[in-house]
Design a binder for this molecule. Structure first.
Ligand code: BES
Ligand code: MN
Ligand code: ZN
Length: 496
C-alpha cells in the first residue's frame, strides 16, 4: 500500500473517497462537520434519518455528496467520543479499510486523524493507522492455487493531518510504520508457512537473503558441526531427534558507532514442536508450526532496522531446530551438558525451547551486549495466565522491563510483567544434574524463565513469552507479527 500525508479541507479533495468519522449517538466529527457545511447539511440529514448511529464497526458509503469534489464519502462509526481508546482507534481504521477494499475504492483520503485519542498526537495516529491497514489487508495465499483477488483493491491512502506544522514528523511516522509493517509481514509469512517448508534451513536462507539486500546487515549461519565445537549440548540434543539439521542464525546490524554495545535479540526458532518423546496430544498440533515465531520476529526486526537505518547496533540470534520423536531423540531422564558447562536433566522433552535458548544465550555473551532480550513461544502456561492480549515480560533488570512495558503500551503491542523471584528457583532442583528442565505445573511460565535466568547472569536480560500473542487460532488462524512492534518501539525509544 502506498501512504502519504498532507493537510487540507475534506470537501476540496479530488479523490475516489473521503473517509470521516461519526460518533455515537449520531454526532459528526470535525471533518464530517466540514463536509456537512459544504453540502448544505447533506450528512446531518442522512444521519437524522437514522442510517448510521455511529457505533463502532458501522460504516456507510455515500456517492456524489453535493458540494464536494470526491466521488464518495465513507462515514465510519467511532463509538462514543468519551470512550475512545487505542484499541477502538484500531477498530475504526480496520472497519474503514475493509469497507473501502471490498467496495472497489482504489484511493482514499482518511480524515480519521481528527478524532481525539487521549494523550496521542497526529504522529501516533498516522503510525497506528498504517499498522492497522497493513494488518487487515495481509493475506497468506502463496500456497493456494486460487487467490481471492479484488477487482479494484485499495492501493493508495492519503492521511490528512490537521496542521501543516506536523507534516515532517508525520512523514517520519509513515516511514517507520511502513518498516515495522514490513518486518511484521516477514514474521507473519515465516510463521504461516508450514513446517515442511519453513525448516531451520529455510529460516537460515531467508535470513541470509534479507542480509544480502542491506549493506549494514550480515548473516552468519552456524552448522551443527560448529555448535558441537562450541559445546552446545543442550541445543544439539533437541535437534538430534530430527532429520533436519539445526541452524544457529546470527544477524548483525551495524547502524551505531563501532564501539557501541549491541542490543542482542535471541528468538526461539523451533520450526515444528511435536513434543519429542513426551509427545503432545494431537488436537491443534498443527499450530506448533508457529513455535518459531520468536525467531521470525527477530528476523523481521533486523530487516526493519536496516530499512530504517536506525542508529544502533542490533544483533539477532536465532537457534532453529525441530522437536520430534525419534530413536535418537532426547528421552526423559537424559542428562545433557549445555555450552555454559551446566548440566540439565531432561524430565520432559517437550520443554525444548529453553534447551535451545540456553545455549544461544550463552553464545550471546561474546557480543558484549548492552542488553539481551529473548523472544519465545515458551509455555502454554503463559496463555493460561495472560490470554492472548499481552506477552509476559520477565527480567533481571527492572529498568529494562519498564522500557519494554512502555514501548508496548505506546505502540499497542502490550506486555505484562511476571515475577522472577528466587523463591521459584528451587522448583528446578534435580537429584542428578545441576537443574531439571521443568519445574512442575505451578507457575510454569515463571519457572521456564528461572531456567533461562541461569544463563543470563552476565548481562541485563529480559524474556518475552509470546505463546499467547504470536498467532491466532480458530477461524482467523494466522500469525500476528507480534512482538515486532514492541521491539521496534523499544529500539526507536533507545535512539531518542
Ligand atoms: N512450544 C511449547 C509452548 C506452547 C504450547 C506455546 C502451546 C503455545 C501453545 C513449548 O515447547 C512447550 O511444549 N512447553 C511445555 C512446557 C512443559 C513441558 C513444562 C508446555 O507449556 O506445556
Ligand atoms: Mn515443547
Ligand atoms: Zn516449543
Amino acid at each position: 500500500m502506498e501512504f502519504s500525508v498532507k493537510s487540507g479541507n475534506p470537501e476540496k479533495q479530488r479523490t475516489a473517497c473521503v473517509v470521516v468519522g461519526i460518533f455515537e449517538p449520531r454526532r459528526l466529527s470535525q471533518s464530517a462537520e466540514q463536509i456537512d457545511k459544504a453540502s448544505d447539511s447533506y450528512l446531518s440529514n442522512i444521519i437524522r434519518r437514522g442510517d448510521i448511529e455511529g457505533k463502532l464497526g458501522q460504516s456507510l458509503l455515500l456517492h456524489n455528496v453535493p458540494g464536494t469534489l470526491c466521488d464518495r464519502v465513507l462515514l465510519v462509526g467511532c463509538g462514543r467520543e468519551r470512550e475512545l481508546s487505542p484499541q477502538k482507534y484500531n477498530r475504526i481504521i480496520t472497519t474503514a479499510t475493509k469497507a473501502l477494499n471490498e467496495g472497489g475504492t482504489m484511493e482514499a483520503v482518511f480524515y480519521l486523524t481528527d478524532i481525539n485519542i487521549k494523550g496521542q498526537e497526529s504522529e501516533w495516529k498516522v503510525s497506528q493507522l498504517i499498522l492497522a491497514v497493513e494488518d487487515v489487508l495481509y493475506r497468506f495465499d502463496v500456497m493456494k492455487s486460487e487467490k481471492d483477488e479484488f477487482r479494484r483493491p485499495l492501493r493508495k491512502i492519503i492521511i490528512s493531518i490537521p496542521s501543516r506544522r506536523e507534516l515532517a514528523e508525520c512523514e517520519d511516522a509513515v516511514k517507520s510504520a511502513l518498516a515495522i509493517a514490513n518486518g511484521m509481514t516477514i514474521a507473519k509469512d515465516l510463521g504461516n508457512l508450514p513446517g515442511n517448508v519453513c525448516t531451520p534451513t529455510y529460516m537460515a536462507e531467508q535470513a541470509s537473503d534479507i542480509a544480502q539486500q542491506h549493506e549494514t546487515l550480515t548473516t552468519t549461519i552456524l552448522e551443527e558441526s560448529d555448535m558441537l565445537e562450541l559445546g552446545m549440548g543442550a541445543l544439539l540434543s533437541v535437534s538430534r531427534g530430527s532429520r533436519e539439521p539445526a541452524k544457529l542464525i546470527v544477524m548483525e546490524y551495524k547502524g551505531g558507532q563501532d564501539d557501541e554495545k549491541p542490543v542482542v535479540l535471541v528468538g526461539k526458532g523451533l520450526t515444528f514442536d511435536a513434543g519429542g518423546i513426551s509427545i503432545k496430544p494431537s488436537a491443534a498440533m498443527d499450530e506448533m508450526k508457529y513455535d518459531m515465531c520468536g525467531g521470525a520476529s527477530v528476523i523481521g526486526v533486523m530487516q526493519a532496522c536496516a530499512e530504517l537505518n536506525i542508529p544502533l547496533n542490533v544483533t539477532g540470534v536465532v537457534p532453529s531446530s525441530e522437536n520430534l520423536p525419534d530413536g535418537e531423540a532426547n528421552k526423559p531422564g537424559d542428562i545433557v551438558t549445555s555450552m555454559s558447562g551446566l548440566t540439565i536433566e531432561i524430565l520432559n522433552t517437550d520443554a525444548e525451547g529453553r534447551l535451545i535458548l540456553c545455549d544461544a544465550l550463552t553464545y550471546s555473551e561474546r557480543f558484549d551486549p548492552a542488553v539481551v532480550i529473548d523472544i519465545a513461544t515458551l509455555t502454554g502456561a503463559c496463555v493460561v495466565a495472560l490470554g492472548h492480549h499481552a506477552q509476559a515480560i520477565l527480567s533481571n533488570h527492572s529498568p529494562l522491563t519498564h522500557e519494554l512495558l512502555n514501548a508496548g503500551k505506546h505502540i499497542n503491542d502490550k506486555g505484562w510483567e511476571l515475577p522472577l523471584w528466587d523463591e521459584y528457583q528451587s522448583q528446578l532442583d534435580s537429584n542428578f544434574a545441576d537443574m531439571a528442565n521443568i519445574g512442575g505445573r505451578d507457575g510454569g511460565s515463571i519457572t521456564a524463565a528461572c531456567f533461562l535466568s541461569r544463563y543470563t547472569k552476565k548481562f541485563k536480560w529480559a524474556h518475552l513469552d509470546i505463546a499467547g500473542t504470536a498467532w491466532k487460532s480458530g477461524k482467523e488462524k494466522g500469525s500476528t507479527g507480534r512482538p515486532v512492534p514492541m521491539l521496534m518501539q523499544f529500539l526507536l525509544n533507545r535512539v531518542n
